[in-house]
Design a protein around this ligand. Structure first.
Ligand code: HEM
Length: 640
């Protein structure tokens, strides 16, 4: 919400009466939502943020995997894709791996410690994290019941390869050209501050998988760029805009209690984690009150999230020469043309004027952060909207960031409230060495139809793949007529990009796009809660119950700490989803909900959690402070 809009609203704290008769962990009851208490304590710089005006959901952070809500934000990451061994060994392997899985509570706590250390120039803490996600085939290999398998939404059941037609992966991006395996059961995501720690963790996980009889199908390394930490390979700062999350992100906007840092709207956590309230896609977008609970798949999916992984190869040389050639023809600086394509300058500074930008700095002449670097600070860099730039004279309506999050734009798929239901938590990291134009080394030499194996490991979390990732890719980025007829495709990620891209305004141009991003792999995963991982790893009774022998023998009460005798272990029960509160509706995520819902999404940083180079606003500062600890060893090329 912009300031003017929020000023118009008289937002009073709602008193929430403690409900009765509701079980622990029930969401959107007074037991699970505290009225207006800002999470995370005081904001930066000693400021006292105002609490959100609606209830604050209480999340089971220790049950939610860490990369989902906190983000690992490490400069060194590795993805180990694998298949389970058959039979009981699959559960044994999962049992071994799940013990190492980091949860959101510990990663959030670490990220806060890290940020505090970085801002006080204290020694930086380090950590190595693991998360684990499963494909539908992986759940099958773990013996999940047929009815539970069928309860998952189509997108996840079918997987990314089968959905390639929908999301535009054709030609060079067609699955037949992908280098990732199409038969994965699971992926282990590892992240560390030091490359040596990451290598140790990868070695351990690899031997655990292999020793258990599993097979590594693909091993993918990712790393922040050494020459430009925090920037993707085309040179633009990445990870600048992330949604704020109620109950996780500290409200810290002086003008709007429903924002994290200014411009970062707080969304209901059910947009990203199952079992929590979602956004309401109608109205003014403020969404102070919770929408229906996010439900998708069996009850034990609560506290889990869907993960989209895409291995996106970037043709940096091609992009650079396209920008140089087109800018020359258009009589525009290369910097400005690049910003018109992305919606931000390479520094991350938005093309739209931010609320805090000094008058007189013109984004159409040059990147204003050159004269005023404070624009790049966390509390300023996302403080803008698009609504006053209806024609796209400042930021083209098909620029990457405007396509993928139209903010307060009115679009054919809805207004701001609707767009907020299509947002994603991005957790990507570059792979491959930086392209060095001046180098004639073999690293830059053309050795294949697609010469440089570098790009982005795109990862994002959401509660509905259909309504979030697929909607953004298909309905917004790939559609040349979104948001207006002929605005053009997303110049960065459209997989049909051969059409026109319209730059309106005083330097109006019609640019013919080329494709510089090729999909070379990917899949859809479900990232279960910690409890669900434990449940999936627990052997289920192999023998069907008979009349003479009940499946579960009554287990006599045991003194504390004493195990029941062998043969009398209770049958493992799946973790139950939280029942909706009386009057609370449930939003099923298995219906491809995008069509029935409004539209629009949003973005920005999670205040107080930014940390390192690769994907985060505020990482300039963190990057500098970390300079002394940054690994100087060259990151090996990805193992593909
Ligand atoms: C190689 C591929 C990609 C590149 C180079 C790229 C680059 C960028 C850059 C430079 C930004 C602006 C900085 C920021 O806010 O983080 C950005 C933002 C964003 N990108 Fe991408 N991106 C890629 C793929 C994707 C994909 C596949 C999607 C989703 C389908 C996506 C969705 C978004 C979203 C939602 C934002 C934030 C928009 C906002 O909230 O303002 N990106 N991307």
């Amino acid at each position: 919400m912009d300031q003017a809009k929020s000023a118009k609203q008289t937002l009073t704290r709602r008193a929430f009466v403690r409900g009765t008769g509701l079980g622990a962990g029930v969401i959107v009851t007074a037991a699970a939502c505290t009225p207006g208490a800002p999470p995370g304590g005081p904001g930066p710089n000693g400021s006292t943020p105002t609490g959100p005006t609606g209830p604050t959901p209480e999340l089971q952070l220790s049950n939610i995997q860490g990369n989902i809500l906190a983000g690992f934000n490490k400069d060194h990451q590795r993805m180990l894709f694998f298949t389970f061994p058959s039979g009981a060994a699959a559960k044994q392997l999962l049992s071994t791996l799940q013990e190492q899985v980091a949860n959101s509570e510990e990663v959030l706590a670490f990220n806060s410690r890290y940020k505090a250390a970085a801002s006080s120039n204290s020694p930086l803490p380090s950590a190595t994290w693991m998360n684990l996600a499963l494909t539908h085939a992986g759940l099958n290999a773990l013996g999940v019941s047929r009815s539970d398998l069928q309860a998952f939404p189509d997108s996840f059941r079918q997987g990314m390869r089968a959905r390639s037609g929908l999301i535009g992966d054709s030609g060079p991006s067609a699955p037949s050209n992908w280098i990732t395996s199409g038969a994965d059961h699971a992926v282990v995501i590892l992240a560390a501050d030091r490359l040596s720690d990451l290598s140790d963790a990868a070695r351990t996980a690899t031997s655990q998988i292999k020793n258990a009889g599993g097979t590594i199908t693909f091993d993918q390394a990712g790393a922040a760029r050494e020459d430009e930490p925090g920037h993707e390979h085309f040179g633009f700062k990445d990870g600048v805009s992330q949604p704020g999350i109620r109950g996780v992100t500290t409200p810290n906007s002086p003008d709007d209690p429903n924002q994290g840092v200014p411009g970062q709207d707080l969304l209901w956590p059910g947009e990203f984690v199952l079992g929590y309230p979602t956004q309401i896609p109608t109205g003014d977008g403020l969404n102070v009150q919770p929408g229906p609970l996010a439900v998708s798949g069996p009850a034990w999916t609560t506290d889990g999230s869907y993960l989209v992984f895409r291995r996106l190869q970037q043709d940096v040389a091609g992009f650079q020469s396209f920008v140089a050639g087109t800018a020359a023809t258009a009589g525009m600086s290369e910097d400005l043309l690049g910003a018109k394509l992305v919606g931000r300058y390479k520094s991350g500074c938005p093309l739209e004027r931010t609320e805090d930008q000094p008058v007189g700095l013109d984004t159409q002449l040059a990147d204003p952060s050159i004269l005023d670097p404070s624009i790049l600070q966390d509390d300023k860099i996302n403080h803008f909207e698009f609504g006053d730039d209806v024609d796209g004279n400042v930021c083209p309506r098909s620029a990457h960031v405007r396509k993928t999050y139209p903010r307060d734009d009115q679009t054919p798929t809805g207004g701001e409230a609707a767009s907020q239901t299509h947002r994603i938590l991005r957790r990507g990291i570059p792979f491959g060495a930086s392209y060095l134009p001046e180098s004639s080394s073999s690293e830059n030499a053309a050795d294949a139809a697609f010469p440089h194996d570098r790009g982005l490991l795109f990862l994002c979390y959401q509660s509905s793949i259909e309504r979030q990732f697929e909607f953004v890719q298909n309905r917004w980025s790939n559609d040349e007529d979104f948001p207006t007829r002929g605005s053009g495709e997303d110049p960065i990620i459209s997989q049909n990009a051969s059409g026109a891209f319209r730059i309106p305004g005083s330097q109006a141009q019609q640019v013919t796009l080329q494709g510089f991003v090729t999909t070379t792999g990917g899949d859809y995963f479900f990232q279960p809660s910690i409890e669900a991982l434990q449940f999936l790893a627990t052997p289920q009774p192999a023998v069907a119950p008979t009349q003479t022998q009940p499946a579960v023998q009554p287990v006599p009460a045991q003194p504390a700490g004493q195990q029941p005798p062998a043969g009398q272990q209770p049958t493992p029960q799946p973790p139950q989803g939280r029942p909706p509160t009386k009057g609370q509706t449930v939003r099923s995520q298995s219906d491809g909900g995008q069509n029935q819902r409004g539209q629009n999404q949003g973005g920005q940083n999670q205040a107080g959690q930014n940390q390192r180079g690769q994907n985060q606003a505020g990482q300039n500062q963190a990057g500098q402070n970390q300079g002394s600890q940054r690994q100087t060893r060259r990151q090996p090329r990805d193992s593909a």
